[in-house]
Ligand binder design. Structure first.
Ligand SMILES: N[C@@H](CCC(=O)N[C@@H](CS)C(=O)NCC(=O)O)C(=O)O
Length: 249
């Protein structure tokens, strides 16, 4: 009886404090007062996704790039990531990371304070996660492959191997249009990092591939809504000081 009387308050105390004790505190600043995140960036490249995220949640970061000089920006990334100097490359605490969706997912989980992602148990979560990874896993390969093949073939009749790839961008865009017909964002009801991931691809199609976007009014309406966000505008000021820099045509 005496033991029970002692154990019950002890258990209550433990269950009350255990979650707080287990939850890690991820600081955005290190012991020297510097941001734990350094973004290696090049203008007009996918690294702008990470800058946009940080601007959305006011996460401090160090941004490294050579304004107006893609080659010099590449050299800066190569210094920390010689084997796979991509944009984005980030240094987070003492780790060098690539892959924009993985970086955004990590930063959102550790520093997002519940912003920019639906809760894991919400109805929006499954599709949000799909789109977060669809952007690079399925949309970008189809968009880029078709764009490059069309460039390579030019006005010549496409060989069968090329013909099989044609129309795949429109298939993706139709899929996106259908979703946005029923939801305001790729995150579902709220803006999320899935939207940050997808915009770069849509801008690739509209500004670089110069694809006909007229059949996709919902996609274009979503694009203008997300681009009107103050954090997106701040990203443009810091990460695109010379305006849009495309890819060689
Ligand atoms: N799936 C990667 C793709 C990264 C990527 O290929 N970025 C391009 C720029 S947008 C790049 O770094 N290209 C130069 C290279 O691959 O050498 C991601 O989402 O981060």
């Amino acid at each position: 009886m005496a033991i029970t009387r002692l154990l019950v308050p002890l258990l209550l105390l433990l269950t009350h404090f255990a979650p707080a004790a287990l939850a890690a505190d991820y600081s955005a600043m290190d012991d020297k007062g510097e941001p734990v995140l350094t973004i290696y960036h090049a203008e007009g490249r996918r690294s702008e996704r990470i800058v946009w995220f940080c601007e959305e949640i006011d996460m401090p970061y160090t941004l490294k790039f050579a304004s107006g000089d893609l080659r010099a920006s590449g050299e800066m990334a190569r210094e920390v990531n010689p084997l796979m100097a991509m944009f984005p490359t980030v240094v987070y605490n003492d780790q060098v990371l690539v892959e924009s969706a993985a970086i955004l997912q990590l930063l959102q989980e550790r520093h997002g304070n519940g912003k920019l992602a639906p809760a894991g148990d919400s109805p929006d979560y499954p599709k949000y996660l799909q789109w977060l990874h669809f952007a690079e896993g399925s949309a970008a390969p189809r968009f880029i492959t078709e764009f490059l093949l069309q460039k390579a073939v030019g006005d010549n009749p496409p060989p069968p191997i090329v013909k099989a790839q044609l129309g795949r961008s429109d298939q993706v865009l139709t899929y996106l249009e259908d979703f946005l017909n029923r939801h305001p964002y790729f995150g579902g009801s709220e803006f999320s990092i899935a939207d940050i991931m997808m915009l770069f691809n849509i801008n690739f199609m509209s500004m670089v591939a110069r694809h006909d976007m007229a059949p996709y009014p919902k996609v274009m309406d979503w694009k203008s809504r997300v681009e009107s966000r103050p954090a997106f505008k701040r990203m443009r000021e810091v990460a695109l000081p010379n305006g849009f820099i495309g890819v060689p045509q």
